[in-house]
Design a protein. Structure first.
Length: 517
């Protein structure tokens, strides 16, 4: 069973008291209703797996109550490097690499201080892989996808460790307790078919009892299979190498290496479409009153797959921010293509990121507390609605607005150009620079929002499948941003990105205000 909230980990004493009180009450009922028959003995045997399951829950919660909980399975750094070098399965190498990052960063622990040597080594290797992918267009997509897949595996390890009992079955005591629990349930189920039931009303409860026992056994087996599907089983197999461990690695590589660890979608809310479609009817006001503004706004939202263009834009920009005095990889990796293709890619990325930020701001305001002010939003809605709906047919859609602005800019360039300047070429160059600036600003705002969001909100969001914002938050740590280092070192961690993001956010706010004006 999963833990509903992280706060439950600090209330393990309450769960322990619940174990004693419920266990004693159940034992009291069994003693009072005891009769010299097989049914009472079977009922007593059924108490054993109940105590084991409840006790296992208390054990897991008690283990997580510590400030620096690293899970039940611990793998030495030397063994990780050794196995990574000789592992033939690519999924195994990627999981071990994610586990090494996880052990170095410990992103689930607030104010954790990383080892400077390990962190710098990992950041350097991660940046070099990004540089190689950006400079080689044939491998760029694969490198970027693997980088984000690495983030997905790390977040999956964090979720399994904090919100499930994964890892207990891979310990000696956990395996023994699981075997006893399943054995008792199977013995009780078989006994119900062999013993002679006493006459009376109990005959009607026989099929219900059988169904409940079968369901309990099914849940036990399903729990074991879920743990075997987890990436933690690879860490366990690498800790205890042998025939069984090698078999587990091969089966996991063959069956589960391509499993989806994340949906790969990000929410979208287009403010322009909302202004065109929303009508303040009585039904909309009733939905808002009963369910809240987030529920009402979510009806106008949608989802979009996280495109490779978005991942590429974020990765390259973060790399450029982390490297002082380095050449712009975006120029070397993206500008080799046709300018029209570049503009299309940047337009697509900017549109997806802008709609995603609006989605986070309005629909996810309770999960990610930013600066949501619903009254201010509806005031902006009235202004944009008047601009879109009341400005005549030429303002009827976004395409008309874009065509109008393009014609205006093109005419201005045509009248102010030099005799030897080609107007179309200059216009395309300006359009390309404009979309590049816009897409970069949205990346700055997304990274700033992810870094400013408290840790507990990122971790709690994993219970709902995880948001792309959390992936960006962990990706920043892979570039050395957002994680402290040991205090015994004189240097300070790189924190240049926060000020850049704040400046970009302020510039973007001024830009939006000017455009609306």
């Amino acid at each position: 069973m999963t833990i509903l909230r992280l706060e439950e980990n600090h209330l393990w004493v309450r769960h322990l008291i619940g174990l004693f009180t419920q266990g004693l009450r159940t034992l009291y009922v069994l003693i009072v209703t005891w009769t010299p028959c097989w049914l009472s003995i079977v009922a007593l045997l059924l108490l054993i797996p109940g105590i084991i399951k409840y006790g296992e829950r208390v054990w897991v919660i008690r283990s997580r109550s510590g400030e620096k909980y690293h899970g039940f399975i611990q793998l030495d750094e030397s063994r990780i490097n050794e196995i990574s070098k000789r592992a033939s399965q690519p999924n195994t190498r990627l999981v071990l690499q994610a586990y090494f990052w996880f052990r170095t960063l410990n992103p689930h622990i607030a104010d954790y201080e990383c080892n400077r040597t390990k962190l710098e080594s990992l950041v350097t290797s991660f940046s070099e892989s990004v540089r190689t992918g950006a400079e080689n267009l044939a491998q760029g997509g694969t490198v970027i996808e693997n980088s984000f897949k690495l983030i997905e595996i790390e977040l999956g390890l964090i979720y399994d460790m904090l919100f499930s009992k994964v890892g207990t079955v891979f310990t000696v005591w956990g395996s023994i307790l699981r075997f006893i629990s399943v054995s008792c349930l199977v013995f009780v189920l078989v006994s119900f078919f062999l013993i002679e039931m006493p006459p009376g009303d109990l005959e009607g409860d026989f099929p219900i009892t059988i169904i409940l026992l079968v369901g309990a056994i099914f849940l036990e087996i399903a729990g074991i299979l879920v743990q075997l599907v987890s990436d933690w089983v690879i860490v366990w197999a690498c800790k205890y190498p042998g025939g069984l461990a090698n078999l587990v690695l091969r089966v996991h590589e063959f069956l589960f290496s391509e499993q989806k660890r994340w949906s790969g979608f990000m929410g979208q809310l287009c403010f322009l479409n909302f202004c065109k479609e929303y009508k303040p009817t009585r039904y909309q006001k009733m939905v808002q009153c009963l369910c809240g503004s987030e529920k009402m706004l979510s009806r106008f939202g949608s989802s979009s797959a996280v495109q490779l263009s978005v991942k590429k834009l974020i990765i390259i920009q973060l790399f450029e921010k982390s490297q002082k005095g380095s050449e712009a990889l975006q120029t070397s990796a993206m500008k080799r293509e046709d300018p029209n293709v570049v503009v299309t890619i940047e337009m697509e990325a900017a549109k997806i990121l802008s709609n995603y930020m609006m989605y986070l701001l309005l629909i996810c305001s309770s999960r990610f507390p930013f600066c949501n002010k619903y009254d201010k939003f509806m005031q902006d809605y009235d202004e944009v609605k008047e601009l879109v709906g009341g400005g005549g047919s030429r303002w009827s859609d976004a395409k008309s607005c874009e065509i109008l602005f393009e014609k205006k800019n093109l005419l201005e360039q045509f009248h102010s150009r030099e005799p030897s300047t080609e107007p179309c070429q200059g216009f395309l160059r300006e359009k390309e620079d404009r979309w590049e600036i816009m897409s970069n600003v949205w990346v700055e705002m997304l990274c700033h929002a992810s870094s400013q969001c408290p840790l507990k909100h990122h971790v709690q969001e994993l219970r709902h499948g995880g948001e792309f914002l959390t992936h960006v938050w962990l990706l920043l740590m892979h570039f050395g941003v957002g994680r402290k280092v040991e205090r015994n070192t004189p240097e300070k961690p790189k924190d240049e990105y926060g000020s850049l993001a704040k400046d970009a956010s302020n510039c973007c706010a001024d830009l939006v205000n000017n455009v609306l004006s």
